[in-house]
Structures are given as C-alpha cells and as structure tokens.
Design a protein around this ligand. Structure first.
Ligand SMILES: C[S@@+](CC[C@H](N)C(=O)[O-])C[C@H]1O[C@@H](n2cnc3c(N)ncnc32)[C@H](O)[C@@H]1O
Length: 442
C-alpha cells in the first residue's frame, strides 16, 4: 500500500488552488464545500512564496514550469500538494467520493484505474441511496443517547443491528422522517433480550448472485444462520464475520437434523434475542418445510419474516434455456416432487393437466417417474434433467420420457437435479449452446 487514507478537517484552513480552468474551479469548489478558506491563483500570477501558510494545495495549472515550482515550494515547506495528473508530484491523491453526509466513502485504486474507481463509485451510489445520509445521522443520535443512558456496548450493538435490519431506511427514502424517528426510538427502548426474530430466507438455486438484496443484507446482519446442506459455500461466505453458522441439512450418509429439533433451536435462539436467519435452498415455501417452521415459530410467539427466493423449479429450466411457458407451446405449469409416496395416479393427473411439468427431487427415482408419466403423455414427450443449475458444475441431459432415465444414468449426472417434461423441454437442446453463462456475457 502506497497511500495512507485519512479524512482532513480543513474548516477555515487556508488552501490554495493554482490554475484557471474547469479543473481548478472544481477543486476550489470541493475545498469550499469542506469549509476551507480557498485562494485561487491564476498560473501567470503565481510567484514562489504564494503557498506560505497553506495547509493544502492543488496545482491544476497544467503548466509544467508552474508545476515544477509549486511542487518544489510545497515540498520545501512541508505542505500537502497535489499536482493534478502528475502522480510523481503528489503528496496526496484525491479519491472518488460517495457523499451521503455525514457518511462519506472514499475510493482509491492508487491511481491504477480511474475507470474502476468511478465504476465502483457508481455502483456504491446505486447501492447506498440518499437515505443513508439521514440514516447515519439517526444512528449517531441514537448512539449518543444510548451512551448517556449508560447502555452496555453489547446491548448497543444489538440495537444498531436491529435498526439496520428495520424498515427505517425505507421510511427515510420516502421522506417519512418522523416515522423513522419514532421507529428508532421504539427499537432503542425495547427489551431486546425478550424477543429475537427469525427470517425464513430463500437462498436461490446456488449461484450467490441470484440471492435477493434483502437476503444478502439479512445474511450480513444475522447473529445465527441455520442453513440447509445444499446452500453453497459462496453464499455462506456472505454472512457477517461474527455470524455463527449451523448446518442443519441433509448430507449423504448423515441423517438430517430432525425438523422438531430445528424448530426448537430456532425458537431457543430467537428467545435469547438473536437475529436468526433460517436459510433454505431456492424458495423457503417450495418443498422446503418453511410453512411448518413458520407455523411453529408463530405459535411460539416469535416474530417471523419471510424472504422469497428464486426456486429451482423456475431457475433450473431457465438456466438450461427452457422457457416454462411459451406462446403457442405451453401456457400452464405444474410443480411437484418425486420424493415420498405420491401415488402414480396423482402424478399422471398433474402431467395431463399442465403443459409443462417440473419435478423436484426426482433424481433417484427417474426411471419410475418417467415410465409413470409416459403412460398419459407418451414415450416421445420431450424431457430434460438439469443438475446443479446456475452453478459452475451445471449439467443438462435432454431426451424423451422413453430414454431420459437411461441417458441420465449414462451421463453420471449428480443431484441436486430437476426434471422438466413437456414440449418446451425440446428447446433445451437447441438453445443451450446459445444461452451463455454470465461470465462470458459481456
Ligand atoms: C428439498 S427440495 C427444495 C426446493 C427449494 N426450496 C426450491 O425452491 O428450489 C430440493 C430439490 O430442489 C431441486 N434443486 C435445488 N437446487 C437445484 C439446482 N441447483 N439445480 C437443479 N435442481 C435443484 C432438486 O430437485 C432438489 O432435489
């Protein structure tokens, strides 16, 4: 690291800007915004000695002779100087800034790439809306008040987390200042030891980029994350550094934690006042037992929030280039599971009723399911199996109900896998080569 980052307090401090162009005007305006006493000197008027007493100097003259002179003068006097666009003549560099006063974010690539710095700034600008300014100020006020009340730091941290996870930023975005203040006051006075909360959160099909913004934020804020085995390591890496992770999912060769034990653990942690994320693959309410967990948590008096996720039922076909509906081809979808003892008649009814049938958890029983479906639909009905959709190891096998089980067995394709049956499945073979992954899209 070549540069040492600081924020300077230049209020009423003498600063000098050399030059007369647009850049000089911008530098002067920036310094004035920070309250500095700015003197602007045109290139032709600059004389050695003009910098005396200055805290900070920008030389935006674009005149090599002035640059040399100003640099020599500032160096001799120990004044911080930035000769614009001359890195060798800069004692400091000006970062790209995201300004949400009092929140200020500075970005530097040590001059390596102004493009990256400004791209990152644009991303942060979009991510941190203008509400972050008043939100930061509100947190600051809350902090002062908590300190006055002598609230221990651990308790304070809990309150900040609660404020961060609340709707307060949304209120501020909608200019509901008094609503935000009331909500903040209520949170900072609540007995946080009494009621934690559980968020039932969908992790999507695997690729962490398919998490919702809300899911990402909750993972970052959670005290505990109880997750399924299917949730990818990259997704879990988005958890905050202090979050405690508990794997409660099924693993090959290991029995899953009993549902009753998982629910009991969620209730126990919530009652200790923690923010708990129950992270489930796909969507929490699609074959994820989220419904039962929600029911039991509510019965236990625990606050629950549900964050939908992108279900594999939708994502797996999409990632394989299979449109679930398509004008003139398919206008209805049924989603079911191959697990359990669903009677064959039920599966056949569903298949006959919908144009496209999606079967989750079908991998181990593919042969039986395909032959059951072939009765009403015929052996030539197109079918596709997508494994590890949206992940680097994604694989797609296409065929018909007559041969899909054998093709999958030959390919050695591994679970998790989703079966799609219907005319749309024929699209996979022709679309797959054209549907590129995001890495090569650009
Ligand atoms: C217990 S279910 C949970 C479904 C999940 N709640 C959802 O909405 O995606 C697990 C099944 O989802 C499907 N699945 C999950 N992730 C998948 C992926 N990345 N690719 C293909 N299928 C997947 C498989 O059929 C797997 O057996």
């Amino acid at each position: 690291m070549r540069y040492y980052p600081v924020f300077l307090d230049l209020a009423d401090e003498p600063c000098v800007v050399l030059g007369e162009g647009k850049l000089a005007a911008e530098k002067a305006a920036g310094l004035r915004e920070a309250g500095a006493a700015v003197r602007v000197i045109a290139s032709k008027d600059y004389r050695r000695g003009d910098l005396a007493g200055a805290r900070l100097v920008f030389d935006a003259s674009d005149d090599p002779a002035v640059n040399r002179e100003s640099w020599a003068e500032a160096e001799a006097a120990g004044i911080l100087i930035n000769v614009v666009d001359r890195p060798a003549q800069c004692r400091f560099i000006a970062p790209a800034i995201v300004r949400r006063d009092p929140l200020l974010i500075a970005i530097s690539t040590e001059g390596q790439s102004p493009f990256l710095a400004s791209t990152l700034r644009a991303r942060l600008e979009r991510w941190l809306g203008r509400e972050w300014g008043p939100f930061t100020a509100l947190i600051g006020r809350t902090r002062r008040e908590l300190r006055e009340r002598g609230i221990p730091i651990q308790q304070q941290t809990k309150i900040y987390k609660r404020l961060l996870a609340s709707d307060i930023r949304k209120m501020l975005r909608n200019d509901d200042i008094s609503g935000a203040q009331h909500a903040a006051a209520a949170i900072s006075r609540a007995d946080l030891g009494a009621g934690g909360r559980v968020a039932l959160v969908g992790a999507g099909p695997g690729d962490p980029d398919l998490l919702t913004v809300r899911a990402r934020e909750l993972l970052g804020d959670a005290d505990f994350v109880l997750h399924d085995a299917l949730v990818s390591a990259e997704t879990l890496a988005l958890c905050g550094p202090e979050a405690r992770l508990e794997d409660v999912g099924k693993r090959a060769g290991r029995r899953s934690a009993r549902q009753a034990d998982i629910t009991a653990r969620l209730i126990e942690l919530a009652r200790q006042g923690h923010l708990v994320v129950r992270l489930k693959g796909g969507d929490p309410f699609v074959f994820g037992r989220g419904g039962e967990e929600m029911r039991d948590l509510i019965a236990a008096g625990v606050d629950v929030v549900v964050v939908p996720g992108v279900s594999a039922a939708i994502a797996a076909p999409a990632a394989a280039g299979i449109p679930l509906t398509m004008r003139g081809v398919a206008s209805s979808i049924a989603v079911t599971t191959g697990e359990g003892n669903a009677p064959a008649a039920r599966l056949q009814q569903l298949a006959a009723a919908a144009d496209t049938l999606v079967v989750l958890m079908a991998h181990g029983k593919l042969e039986g399911i395909a032959s059951t479906l072939a009765e009403p639909l015929g052996r030539n009905r197109p079918a596709a199996v997508i494994s590890s959709a949206t992940l680097p190891e994604q694989e797609v096998v296409t065929g018909t109900l007559g041969d899909i089980a054998e093709r999958v067995a030959r390919s050695g394709l591994l679970p998790p896998a989703t079966l799609v049956v219907g005319e749309v499945a024929a699209q996979a073979a022709s679309n797959l080569d054209q549907v590129v992954d995001l890495a090569s899209f650009g």
